[in-house]
Design a protein around this ligand. Structure first.
Ligand code: PXP
Length: 237
């Protein structure tokens, strides 16, 4: 079973464009759950240009599915996550002003930092996942740093899928096997959509969760949120 966690950052971006509370982020999150989402993901960034820290605090008590908070583990982010205690935190090595996550962790260079941060989250009972590329050494070192899971950064898969699906998925399949072999749970995300998700799911063993935002919210403009979530869920059957 691969869970679908819906990233609701784009809903917050739309709300922030006008300064009011439309669309209502909390209501949308609850509707995503009602329509079948098995988790809700947020990615509060330092400039709060989409999901704000206050949103994260308000979401936690109302959600019924797995709450996943992504972000760079700055002091402020760590304090927020410790306070909210989500089911999962996903650590991303984002520079502050970046448009969207664009790289996985170097788990060798940052091993001691990651070890310390992960140990802190673990002591609060929070599952910790690390955003990562398909490099074997980085995956094995994520386990060494104490991560519970890795989230494979799938942009390269999504780009290459258009030209050669089998070639696109090959490194990700191998990475999935390595992660499993290292005792890590496996998540994936970034640029997954209705075109490339089914093939990814069919070819990647041990896939526990995908988190999808941009394409899913764009699809919802055409198909509606309920239909869209059901369509994504069908790709994961
Ligand atoms: N995983 C991580 C770590 C991300 O930063 C993002 C984008 O916020 C996603 C998954 C989801 O990517 P997308 O919006 O392309 O579905």
């Amino acid at each position: 079973m691969t869970k679908l966690s819906v990233n609701i950052n784009k809903i917050a971006t739309l709300r922030n464009a006008r300064g009011g509370n439309l669309p209502d982020l909390l209501r949308t999150a609850l509707d995503c759950e009602r329509f079948g989402a098995e988790g809700i993901t947020v990615h509060p960034r330092p400039d709060e240009r989409h999901v704000r820290y206050q949103d994260v605090l308000e979401l936690k008590p109302v959600l019924n599915t797995e709450f996943n908070i992504e972000g760079y583990p700055s002091e402020k982010f760590i304090a927020l996550v410790m306070d909210v205690k989500p089911a999962q935190v996903t650590l991303v090595p984002d520079p502050p002003g970046v448009l969207t996550s664009n790289a996985g962790w170097d788990t060798i260079k940052h091993e001691s930092f990651l070890k310390e941060v992960i140990a802190g989250f673990k002591s609060c009972g929070i599952r910790t996942s690390i955003f990562i590329e398909t490099d074997e050494k980085m995956i094995r070192n994520a386990a060494k740093a104490g991560a519970d899971r890795v989230e494979l950064y799938t942009e390269a898969y999504a780009c290459d899928y258009t030209f050669n699906p089998e070639k696109a998925v090959k490194f990700f399949r191998e990475a999935a096997v390595i992660a499993h072999d290292s005792g890590l749970g496996l998540n994936a995300g970034h640029d997954l959509n209705l075109v490339n998700l089914k093939y990814f799911h069919q070819n990647i063993p041990h896939l526990l969760e995908v988190s999808i935002g941009h394409a899913l919210i764009c699809d919802a403009l055409y198909y509606g949120l309920e239909n869209t979530i059901q369509m994504y869920l069908r790709q994961l059957k």
